[in-house]
Write a protein that binds this ligand. Structure first.
Ligand SMILES: [Zn+2]
Length: 300
């Protein structure tokens, strides 16, 4: 496959997509469900409901199909028999059955996974479960299956928790507020400026809170699917290493500060039992997690 997207434009394209890294509406707001183990499913933002999920999903589908078509034309869309794509789809197949816990409507989603030949270190999941990975992320970080599950779980969590829809809703609310303000005070020009800024908000990266939620929900999803949650630590250590050169695009749309690894580690006691259960063993009987880079340890 050729590298279809060597330059900057894709970053913007992806930033736009990250906006839509979200899912459809939950007809019923999941009130804090008490579960016996794992990460507790919290409430989603009510504001997101001002934008219909169908609208966001339709937009997402259009963009996803557009990207696929563009990649196809450039010979950069991995064919179904591509070994890396098969690997990704294998991971997704194990994660998806656990998605509805985080958003009941996900049971109806038409999940899709594609791989695009590009040096970009990036991945996303759009509303309705449209996932794409770029070869640069898998190759550049030499991701293990467990680490792929961490990235995919994280991206799926953005979609399941409707972070993108919420982002669109916030932009819409700001627009509404601005037009009310400009008609009230006759500040047409000022109002228009705010409207324009509101539209631009749609292309911002996710908030810190969204990132933390995606991290922990992703850990839960991956652990239930039988992937070692400690790979969340090694994944971010690898990210930190490559960031010393040029930071990967994935980081530019996924801010979470320097304590991300500490956050993930603090959640391990909640998710390790889920993983151990899939191995039919106890947490203290599990071998230490080893990634494929010997210098990177999951523990310290
Ligand atoms: Zn993220």
């Amino acid at each position: 496959m050729r590298n279809a997207f060597p330059g900057r434009p894709l970053i913007c394209l992806l930033a736009g997509m990250c906006l839509f890294v979200t899912g459809p509406s939950a007809a019923e707001e999941p009130v804090k469900q008490k579960t016996e183990d794992g990460i507790e499913v919290g409430k989603m933002s009510a504001l997101r409901k001002i934008v219909p999920s169908e609208y966001v999903e339709a937009q997402a589908l259009e963009q996803y199909n557009g990207l696929k078509q563009q990649a196809q034309q450039q010979g950069a869309l991995a064919p179904d028999n591509d070994p890396q794509l098969k690997r990704l789809r294998g991971v997704a197949q194990r994660l998806v059955p656990h998605a509805a816990r985080w958003n009941p409507e996900a049971a109806q989603w038409q999940w899709e996974v594609n791989l695009i030949g590009s040096k970009q270190l990036n991945a996303f999941c759009m509303p309705g479960g449209k996932i794409a990975f770029f070869t640069g992320l898998i190759d550049g970080l030499k991701l293990t299956d467990d680490e792929i599950a961490m990235v995919m779980g994280h991206e799926m969590a953005h979609a399941l928790r409707e972070h993108g829809r919420n982002r669109v809703a916030k932009g819409t609310a700001l627009k509404l507020g601005a037009s009310v303000a400009s008609s009230l005070f006759g500040l047409k020009d000022v109002g228009q400026t705010v409207v324009n800024q509101g539209a631009q908000l749609m292309f911002l990266k996710f908030s810190r809170d969204d990132e933390i939620e995606a991290d922990v929900a992703g850990l839960d999803l991956a652990a239930r699917a039988g992937y070692d949650p400690r790979a969340g630590v090694t994944l971010w250590k690898k990210m930190a290493i490559v960031s010393k050169g040029a930071p990967p695009q994935w980081l530019s749309t996924h801010p979470a500060g320097t304590n991300r690894i500490a956050q993930i580690r603090s959640r391990l006691p909640q998710v390790m039992p889920l993983y151990a259960r899939t191995r039919n063993t106890a947490v203290n009987k599990l071998p230490p997690y080893r990634t494929n880079v010997p210098q990177i340890a999951a523990v310290e």
